[in-house]
Design a protein around this ligand. Structure first.
Ligand code: NAD
Length: 478
């Protein structure tokens, strides 16, 4: 299936464009070229912004019910085509098909949620200090939004950004990851079918730096919403300072998982596996460091390793696969480097630790390391691979101290059956998302985002809508 043969993958003002330099899109599980897209020249990025700006004049004035209706239709179309979209996700980024189906449903749930939430963009009235004055607060859309998304959730990272933007009355120019442009194309084809007016949703396949350069120099782009690495996020934040553009950043993390002595072992093992090995460890909220209290340590490690050894690595289209491939050679080399560094510094390899690297295809076994120490790379940097370092700790206090010792603050998890310990941990962890006996906490109706260097603003929940709205205070003298 060559979706882009006729389209090139860029959609501007309601029509597909096929211009620019041709790029291969590969299946990371086989190394095969599955399609091509074209990186458009800068003029086309500019044209997309022009069109989004023109479309904003009308879209921002539509009623919230009209916007909700379009979003709802788009949601329904995505749900009808969920199998086909999931297949596309697996083919271009490698995650197991069962996980890809879950991603489509998760991604679509943001559209459904914001179709409803669009109707609840409330302002305020404020009691005045003078009998002849009336004070009001209006909420209005920020304007044209540029959205830059990563490859690890090719559908959900797009819908989580643009559903609230569209609900708020903004228009959007999307640049998906160059690794996963095809899922974005499918979503936008369905948005076209849902009847969004031309210019409201623009999709641009572009060389990354060229895209941000054009957006950053254009005063009409009022907001940059980005999901990706902290390094690129920092760069975009610096660039957006010149025009004081609004920025939302969903960046990297280094999630601690704490298992206390009184944890339910089955719940903990299940939760840690879900958090750690989902998407072969390639999610921003994957557990990175596992701290297990000494009383439960041996029992936990034994049960955990037993379960990890049952996980199957393979092509995501095979229904028995639990872990697909890593996205590319850089990802593979990082995992190898982290494991080697840990072993050099005295870690114990309990299982896994081997990769398969052939013909541009990179798989890595689910790996467990024990006897790890804080100075190892795996305990400090995002590994973005299926490696679980486990460290023995003595107390709740030590767990908190170690967990917070990082510049990241996206997600943290802990397992305890004690209400008192859990409440203390929940409050002490310096993280934007906390899973208490829960390895997979993200849902559309809750705010997702990080503290510290993990980001700015939130996606999901009513907070996700706020970040696409401006506040206007109006004082009326009667
Ligand atoms: P990345 O930062 O390399 O790329 C993300 C996007 O930014 C891609 O579309 C890429 O083309 C673009 N980009 C790269 N350089 C750019 C530049 N100079 N100007 C404009 N755009 C540029 O990240 P990735 O490898 O695609 O994704 C993995 C990272 O994303 C991990 O760090 C992960 O933790 C993070 N992530 C965070 C969340 C979250 O919600 N916090 C969710 C998913 C992934």
């Amino acid at each position: 299936m060559q979706v882009t043969e006729k389209q090139g993958g860029t959609y501007v003002n309601g029509a597909w464009r096929n211009i620019g330099s041709r790029q291969e899109v590969k299946n990371p599980a086989t190394g095969e070229v599955i399609d091509h897209i074209s990186f458009v020249p800068k003029e086309t990025v500019q044209e997309a912004i022009d069109g989004a700006h023109d479309a904003f004049q009308n879209w921002s004035k539509t009623t919230s019910s009209e916007r909700a209706k379009r979003l709802r239709t788009w949601y329904q179309l995505i749900m009808q085509h969920r199998r086909e979209i999931a297949e596309q996700i697996t083919l271009e980024m490698g995650k197991p098909f069962k996980e890809a189906k879950g991603e489509v449903i998760y991604g679509a749930s943001f559209i459904e949620w914001y179709a409803e939430e669009a109707k609840r963009i409330y302002g305020e009235t404020i009691p005045a200090s003078h009998p002849d004055k009336r004070l009001m607060v209006l909420k209005q859309p920020v304007g044209v939004v540029a959205a830059i998304t990563p490859w690890n959730f090719p559908a959900a990272m797009i819908t989580r950004k643009i559903a609230p933007a569209l609900a708020a009355g903004c228009t959007v120019v999307i640049k998906p990851s160059e690794e996963t442009p095809l899922t974005a194309i499918k979503l936008v084809e369905l948005a076209h079918e849902a009847g969004f007016p031309p210019g409201v949703i623009q999709l641009v396949q572009s060389e990354p730096a060229a895209f941000s350069e054009v957006c950053m120099q254009d005063q009409r782009v009022r907001k940059i919403t980005f999901t990706g690495s902290t390094e690129v996020g920092r760069h975009l934040m610096r660039q957006s300072a010149d025009q004081v553009k609004k920025v939302s950043l969903e960046l990297g993390g280094h999630a601690p998982i704490i298992v206390l002595d009184d944890a339910d072992i089955d719940k903990a093992v299940q939760g840690v596996i879900a958090s750690k090995y989902r998407n072969a460890g390639q999610t921003c909220v994957c557990g990175n460091r596992i701290y297990v209290q000494e009383g439960i340590y041996d029992a936990f490690v034994a049960r955990f390793v037993e379960q990890v050894q049952t996980l199957k690595v393979g092509d995501g289209m095979d229904e028995n696969t639990d872990l697909g491939p890593l996205i590319n050679v850089q990802a593979y080399e990082k995992v190898e480097r982290h494991v080697q560094d840990a072993l050099n510094k005295g870690a114990n390899l309990v299982c896994g630790g081997q990769g398969v690297q052939e013909k541009g295809v990179y798989f890595y076994e689910p790996t467990v390391l024990t006897d790890v120490t804080a100075d190892m790379q795996v305990m400090q940097e995002e590994t973005f691979g299926p490696v679980a370092p486990v460290q023995k700790i003595k107390s709740e206090e030590e767990a908190i101290q170690r967990a917070n010792q990082t510049n990241y603050g996206l997600a943290a998890y802990f397992f305890t059956e004690s209400m008192s310990k859990g409440t203390r941990l929940m409050e002490a962890l310096e993280y934007g998302i906390v899973g208490w006996n829960d390895g997979v906490p993200a849902v559309a109706q809750a705010p997702f985002g990080g503290w510290k260097e993990s980001g700015l603003e939130r996606e999901g929940g009513h907070q996700g809508l706020e970040s696409f709205l401006e506040t206007k205070y109006v004082s009326v003298q009667l």
